[in-house]
Ligand binder design. Structure first.
Ligand code: MG
Ligand code: ZN
Length: 350
């Protein structure tokens, strides 16, 4: 958050009709690998209900990368975060090798507070596409360094080892001296710092089935509480990271348990937007994973028989659900990088 611009923004906002002129908050929610079949399966597993039914505006987006009909999460994340399609495996750099600025960084430049909340490591492709510029998503050491040098105000995710057990022996947690890096969610909630980071796991977090507490919704609630107490507008990206990993594992129970956690987290964002009319919530995916289909099922208990076509991703379009101010911009069928341009238009910044 850049102080000078904040003051400018607030002097123009004060004294005018608060709701009309207060700057837009965005909560962007990405279900990694969350195609329509994952949403459908998660909905049936959740007693035929999903909070997405409350979203009035629905669009579809085309997910292909610049050279492949089937994208990965790096190219997909870069398109959504930075507005340009690029090569698979690349983060925040376009096909002409130009570094791109993400919507999160543009928000920072305009006085916003920002946050990333994920249940993968914080250096994984989807969150990294909002702060990193690297040719390979696997370069976790460099991605961690770029997060430590970024202006992101709040982050929650795994991957602590990339910060404090490094080949170059640097301790990035010490180096991030303007961020209160805490060791527990209790400490995260208690901290009054203006910038807070929580490492949930040393490496990649496990699945819910393997014992991860399904508390992504609580992470979002706690972060919204902090943002709410501050005067500046905010941009938040929240990822249901492991819906994708369930798809790669061709494991329907993995997918539906991760989906239900994400669904409960979307509900928190939706309720916030219902109470704060200057808020836009966007729920989408970077791609579908697994070529999942529900091929048979019983009405009683919504028991499903499912099949997969691949252990990788597929090129099917993914839905975009939106709620709140400027949500109408997200209706229709468009390329994934247009999500960035629609957010920039909604924010009214350059
Ligand atoms: Mg991801
Ligand atoms: Zn994947």
């Amino acid at each position: 958050m850049k102080k000078i611009l904040v003051c400018l923004l607030f002097h123009t906002a004060v004294g005018q009709s608060q709701q009309m002129d207060s700057p837009l908050n965005i909560i962007l929610m990405i279900g990694d690998g969350m195609g329509l079949s994952q949403i459908s399966a998660g909905m049936y597993a959740n007693n035929n209900q999903t909070v997405l039914e409350e979203f009035p505006v629905i669009g579809l987006c085309k997910t292909h990368s610049i050279n492949n009909l089937v994208t990965d999460s790096a190219a997909g994340g870069t398109a959504i975060a930075c507005g340009e399609k690029t090569y698979n495996y690349v983060l925040g750099i376009n096909s002409k090798n130009k570094k791109l600025e993400s919507v999160l960084e543009i928000c920072e430049d305009n006085g916003y507070n920002t946050g990333l909340i994920v249940n993968s490591s914080i250096v994984h492709a989807t969150p990294a596409s909002f702060y990193a510029n690297v040719n390979s998503r696997k370069n976790y050491g460099e991605i961690a360094l770029q997060l430590s040098e970024s202006d992101v105000d709040y982050f929650i995710g795994g991957g602590e080892k990339y910060f404090n057990k490094r080949k170059d022996s640097r301790d990035l947690i010490k180096e991030m001296n303007t961020v209160d890096v805490v060791k527990s969610f209790g400490a995260y909630k208690k901290s009054n710092a203006e910038r807070i980071g929580l490492f949930t796991y040393d490496d990649e977090p496990p699945s819910i089935i393997d014992g991860r507490e399904p508390i992504l919704a609580d992470y979002l609630t706690a972060t919204l509480d902090k943002l709410d107490r501050r005067e500046e507008p905010f941009f938040l990206m929240v990822e249901g990271s492991q819906i994708d990993w369930g798809g790669h594992a061709n494991d329907i129970d993995y997918i539906t348990s991760e989906y239900i956690e994400f669904n409960n987290t979307i509900e928190v964002a939706l309720n916030y937007a219902k109470n704060n009319s200057n808020t836009l919530v966007i729920v989408t995916a970077d791609h579908e994973t697994g070529g999942l289909a529900i091929t048979r099922g019983k009405i009683k208990n919504f028991k499903m028989v499912t099949g997969f076509n691949t252990i990788g991703h597929s090129a099917t379009m993914v839905p975009v659900f939106s709620y709140g101010k400027f949500s109408k911009l997200f209706a229709g069928i468009y390329e994934n990088n247009q999500i960035f341009h629609k957010m920039i238009k909604a924010l009214g910044v350059n």
